[in-house]
Design a protein around this ligand. Structure first.
Ligand SMILES: [Fe+2]
Ligand SMILES: [Fe+2]
Length: 242
């Protein structure tokens, strides 16, 4: 396996590792870095992937300058190596929503994490990111996403997950591939509010979606979010027998 690096928006880097065994066409695990005075990582990758990802990130910024370690929710691919990152970056702090900090991260993180209120921004020095609570979207009570205001990049985690070795960024359809992946994994939490939470993300008017598994997207983001919301609303209705 190897980790490839692409700048998907100005100062926003994607590190992608394709794992061949997960699906027949492979499955990518992507981490993102916002380069700023206080560099921010979104997704740590699992522990086993840390050497590969750390080496790739170190070619963009020195690891010991990383200030913020962030991710969407508490699972191994999102945050398995957070303590390896905390060790490599002595000034770094995990930042997450209040629920994630209270329920898991106060215990799991080797240094005290920073708890963010819904809508709270972090000033990275030259960049700002906004924390957005998205409970149970895509899954997990502590779920949250992050929006980078300068490039209007939404770090959307597992939303739009799709398989295969696509380009770093696409403007083609990502909702169809996300539907196909949902049919394989059934990873998304279907609730009566899933669609509404996803539609609300469009109000930030993002222009790039930084996708954790698959290609990032810079086409019609509003349309993609609404189409994904409609997909989940339909799946929820079907599951409820409606
Ligand atoms: Fe996940
Ligand atoms: Fe994930």
């Amino acid at each position: 396996m190897k980790t490839t690096t692409d700048e998907i928006a100005d100062g926003v880097f994607r590190f992608s590792t394709l794992v061949p065994d997960v699906t027949p066409d492979g499955f990518s695990f992507n981490q993102f870095l916002v380069r700023a005075e206080e560099p921010l990582l979104f997704h740590t990758g699992p522990r086993a992937m840390f050497p590969l990802v750390a080496e790739a990130v170190s070619r963009v910024v020195p690891l010991d300058t990383i200030r913020w370690i962030t991710f969407g929710h508490v699972e191994a691919d999102e945050c398995g190596s957070m303590n390896e990152w905390l060790a490599a970056a002595p000034r770094a702090q995990v930042a997450h929503g209040v629920v994630g900090v209270m329920v898991s991260l106060n215990d799991l993180a080797d240094r005290p994490p920073r708890a963010l209120q819904d809508g709270e921004s972090l000033d990275l020095g030259g960049r700002r990111v906004r924390h957005i609570d998205t409970a149970h979207v895509p899954h997990g009570w502590e779920s949250r996403l992050l929006f980078e205001e300068t490039t209007r990049t939404l770090f959307c985690g597992d939303l739009f997950t799709h398989t295969g070795k696509g380009p770093a960024v696409t403007s083609g359809d990502i909702v169809g591939p996300a539907k196909a992946a949902e049919e394989i994994f059934h990873a998304s939490c279907l609730t009566p509010t899933t669609g509404a939470v996803i539609r609300k993300l469009a109000e930030f008017a993002p222009t790039t979606l930084a996708v954790m598994h698959g290609s990032s997207f810079n086409g019609d983001v509003r349309r993609a979010l609404h189409d994904l919301a409609d997909l989940y609303d339909g799946l929820h209705r079907a599951a409820a027998g409606g």
